[in-house]
Ligand binder design. Sequence first.
Ligand code: GRF
Length: 211
Amino acid sequence: MLRIMPQPVSRLKLAVLASGRGSNFEALQREIEENALPAVIQVVISDREQAPVLEKARRLGIPALYINPGQFADRQQYEQELVRVCEAYEVELVVLAGYMRILGETFIRSYLWRIINIHPALLPSFPGLNAQRQAVEYGVRFSGCTVHFVDQGVDTGPIILQAVVPVYPDDDEESLSQRILKEEHRLLPQAVRLIAEGRLELNGRKVNILP
Ligand code: GRF
């Protein structure tokens, strides 16, 4: 059994990796400021120069870096740079919040069980892209979101928390996405809190939540 963050640290140092809008980043930062989540976002990293998340972070005075994957010879070198930056910022937990790239061995090995992701579906249903659209098209009655540890697969890592929302007959991708997003904003900070408090234990692919 592997205890994640066995010694609760006073403030867990985070990197947020994001490719777009950054509402999950904002929710996390809000929880830190307003509800004493014992964490600090050391750096926000994006693979897209125009990602609104970068501007949002800068406005809050948080270091925000665009790292262009295209400037590296291959994925390994790009990920080595990600590791270098995270180490420079003394990152303890990497939070993927709408980060649209699949991370490979180089990064995952360096931060094994120190990377979490938020996915807008109830995994293992609807992994990958356009999860909300997949759920609407499939005709499920319920969907939701999942926070999980990141392993080598696509959205396959051990599940930390899930939240369920109903899917209504007249839902489209947009309306369902909005309903799920509200839950994401609650769930992601909650998962970070559990880790910051040293309350997660990994048993195979099962995550135990300690009292
Ligand atoms: C969220 O729906 C997240 O689950 C998915 O990408 C979206 C990111 O939204 N992985 P935001 O950039 O946090 O607003």
